[in-house]
Write a protein that binds this ligand. Structure first.
Ligand SMILES: O=C(O)CCC(=O)C(=O)O
Ligand SMILES: [Fe+2]
Length: 299
């Protein structure tokens, strides 16, 4: 059927038409029914390579150790490498991917924001699992709609023995986080409803904020690299500091891009101080060149 400008779905009509044009209608059906969907081969190999190199470089800068991609030497557990957006332009490119953003917007609404961009860098270990959990913080029961979402980019081929992402299909409808007895992905104790996402490098998995997920231990040599682009409705507390904390050179690179400004919270109106919000106090208005250095000057 044709999607028209119906008033009852005013927030959805244009987005639905965009999703259809992008060929993503079955992905939204999968998100609604199963709580997750896969976009195969979304990132070109050259982008994957740049992201991978950047993560290993950042890991070395922060920890003094650069684990070996092929052998895994230097990392016998998993380690979170956070706050990637500000450390290499390749992450800005991935953030603005049209397909994944369209699906994220379907789940979170047009005012979605980036909460964090991290890598769960995993080396060989029998025990280094990330147990099953839901990414929605501090809500019990969980609401039917998504308050947060995650886009998990495979920066190496994902296999079960390689420590790939695990998901429990349909768990978004349970409206609760897993019990301690349901979280394990370790051999012999695995939640029987969990499935491995065995997908080629460059693919992305997107899930509803309630969906139970985690990742298996890596039992073969080498590293498992992901890129977790965690996004939230704007009233959820964000994990990393963007907005006016972003380096000026990143702001300059995206000058005039209203969508980027929205996603990294350059127009964030909350968090004012004694002078109150600028939209109530024109004295606070600043030059456009200071976009991103102030919370509310762009209105
Ligand atoms: O290891 C993984 O890929 C899962 C990461 C995860 O739980 C998350 O990004 O919320
Ligand atoms: Fe998670």
């Amino acid at each position: 059927m044709e999607i028209e400008d119906w008033s009852g779905t005013a927030h959805l009509n244009a987005l639905y038409r965009q999703l259809r044009e992008l060929g993503l209608e079955s992905n939204i059906a999968e998100l609604d029914a199963m709580g997750f969907t896969v976009l195969e081969n979304l990132l070109p190999p050259e982008t994957v390579l740049r992201a991978r190199n950047a993560i290993l470089r950042i890991c070395e800068e922060r920890t003094g150790v650069k684990p070996d991609l092929d052998s895994g030497e230097g990392l016998e557990d998993w380690r979170l490498i956070p706050y990637l957006l500000v450390r290499d332009p390749v992450f800005e490119e991935i953030l603005m991917n049209e397909q994944s953003l369209a699906l994220a917007t379907y789940l979170l609404g047009s005012r979605l924001q980036l909460s964090s961009m991290t890598c769960h860098l995993k080396g060989p270990s029998e025990r280094a699992q990330i147990g099953l959990h839901s990414d929605t913080p501090l809500l019990d029961p969980l609401p039917a709609y998504s308050n947060v979402i995650n886009i998990n980019y495979a920066l190496v081929d994902y296999t079960r023995e390689g420590g790939c992402l695990a998901i429990v299909p349909g768990s978004h409808k349970l409206a609760r986080a897993p019990l301690p007895s349901e979280v394990s992905l370790l051999p012999g104790q695995e939640n029987p409803n969990a499935i491995p996402l065995e997908i080629p490098v460059g693919s992305a998995v997107i899930w509803h904020g309630n969906t139970w997920h985690g990742s298996y231990p890596r039992t073969i040599p080498g590293l498992r690299l992901n890129l977790a682009q965690y996004m939230a409705r704007p009233w959820i507390k964000l994990q990393e500091r963007y907005g006016r904390e972003l380096p000026q050179e990143i702001i300059d690179r995206h000058r005039g891009d209203a969508r980027f400004a929205q996603i990294v919270g350059l127009n964030e109106t909350m968090g004012w101080q004694e002078d109150g919000p600028a939209f109530l106090n024109p004295v606070n208005a600043m030059e456009p060149s200071s976009v991103g250095r102030s919370d509310m000057r762009q209105r």
